[in-house]
Design a binder for this molecule. Sequence first.
Ligand code: PMP
Length: 536
Amino acid sequence: MSPPAAVDIEVTGVTDTSSMVIPDPLTLDDVKAWRAKTKMPTGVAAMANSDMFKSPACYNKPSAKRWDHILSAEAKARKSSTLKAAAKYLKQPGMISLGGGLPSSEYFPFDHIDIKVPEPPRFSEDEMRKYGKVARAGRHDIRDGTSEYDLEIALNYGQATGSGQMLRFVTEHTEIVHNPPYSDWQCCLTPGSTASWDATLRIFCERGDYIITEEYTFSTALETAHPLGIRAAAVKMDEQGLLPESLDDVLTNWDEKARGARKPYLLYTVPSGQNPTGATQSIERRREVYKVAQKHDLYIVEDEPYYFLQMQPYTRADGPSVPAPSNHKEFLKALIPSFLSIDVDGRVLRLDSFSKVVSPGSRVAWIVASEQIVERFTRHFECSTQNPSGISQLILFKLLDEQWGHSGYLDWLINLRMQYTNRRNTIVQACEKYLPTEVASWTPPTAGMFHWIQVDWKKHPKAIAGESHDAIEEAIFNAATERNVLVSRGSWFKADSTVDEDGMFFRATFAAAPADKITEAIKRFGEALRAEFRLC
Ligand code: PMP
C-alpha cells in the first residue's frame, strides 16, 4: 500500500523510494536518508500532512477503525474552510493571487530573528552562554536557499495542521518513538494540549455526556469539560494509576437511568507522571486498560506532557545513583511504551506537547490519531485557532530541526531525564528526612513533576473529635501556608466531588524551586504536619 492522500487535503505524491532500503521502523540512523527522499512544501500557507513524511514501512499495517458513531453533532457538521482550501492554488506555477486575505510580507516589520541555543550536550545555562550557537531566521531564507523555513512564511497565515516544517519533525519523532501499529495515523500541530483537549471534548461529546477519568485528575481538564455540560465518572487508581478492574466495573455496571446519561465512550488518562498523583502506568497496566477499552469500545485520550520526564529509578541519599542511558537506543528502550504504540485499532488520541520539555510559552503541541479523527481536528482548528503561532513554530524549527536534529533533541531529553531524576531524589530524600512517617506516606514518582503525599487524616486530633475530611485538609493546608510553603490540596483534583474520600493527599511539585528550596519547603511542611497532629 502506498501513502494515501488525506481526506479533504490535497497532497501531491513526492516520495521516491527507489534505490533505498526501507527502514522499519524509522530510526535515528535512517531518518536523514529517508528525509532526502521527501519534499518540503515551502509556499505561503502550503498544505502538508504526515503522509508526506512517514516512512513506507508505516503502510504495511492495517487501517484504523472508523469512529463515526462517537463523533459529536458539531464535529459532523464541520465543513472545510473555503478560504484555507483555496490556498492549494497558490502552488500553481505563475499564479497571481488576488484571492486570499494574506498580507504581503513587505509589511511584516521584522528583518530577522536571532536565537541563541545550547549545543548538545552542553545544556546548562553557563554552557549555553559560553558555547551556544546563534541561529538566524531571515525574511527570504527559502528563496535564498539557506533554510527550508523563513519569516516570510512563518509570519503569514498558515494551515491548521501547522507548517510542513514542524509537522515533518513531529511526524518523524512520532514514528521513531511510538511507531503506531496501524497505517493511517496522522499528526496535527495545535496551540497547546489544553486547546487539543478543548477541541477533543467538542469533537466527541454532547452536553450531558460523561467521560471517564482517573479519580484524581488534572483540574484544568475537568474545568474545560464542566461548562460544556460534560461530567466525569471516576475510576479508582493505585500507585500505577488507573485500575483496569475499576474501569471495567464502572462500564459494565453503568446505569443510564441512575446516571441520566448514556454509557461513556471516552477515557481521559494521563499515563506517565499523572497530574496530580505522579503515578505512571507500567506497560502491563497499559495493556490491561487497552483490553478493557476494546471490550467496551472505549476511545482513549492519552494526555502525555510528562512522557519524556520518565526518570531513572529512585535511590536513597546513601545509595549509588543510576547512571544516565548511555545512548539513544538505550534511552528509547527505557521509556514505557505509549498507548499509541500498542494501538492496533486506532482507538487512541495522543495529546503531545512541547510545554514540559521545551517551553510552555511556545504554545506548540500536537496530536496523533487516525486520519479520520485528525481530519476533524484540522477542520475544527481552521475555524478557531487557525494555526499555532508562526513565530513559535519558526523558533522551534530552528532549535529542534536545524540546530539539534532528532539526535540532539534526544540528547536534550536524556539531559531532562537526569535533571528531573535529581530533583525527584531531592524531594523524596527530604520527605524521608523531615516528614513524620506516623502520618505521612508516599511512593517515589517515576515520571513527571509531582510528588503525591498521603496523610493519615484520621489520626488528626480534630478527626478523632469528629471534624470533616475537608476541614482537616484545609487546616493542614493553612498550617503549611502560614509556614510559607505552598502545596496543592488533593481535593482540588477530585474528578467526582460527590464521592466521599477516605484518603487525604497533598501534591508537591519538584519542577520549579531549586534543590535547597525544595528541601526547605518539605522541612516546613513536616513542621506543619507535626504541629497539626500534635507530634513532637
Ligand atoms: N495536560 C496535563 C496533564 C498537564 O498537567 C498540563 C499542564 N499542567 C497540560 C496538559 C497543559 O499542556 P499545554 O501547556 O500543552 O496546554
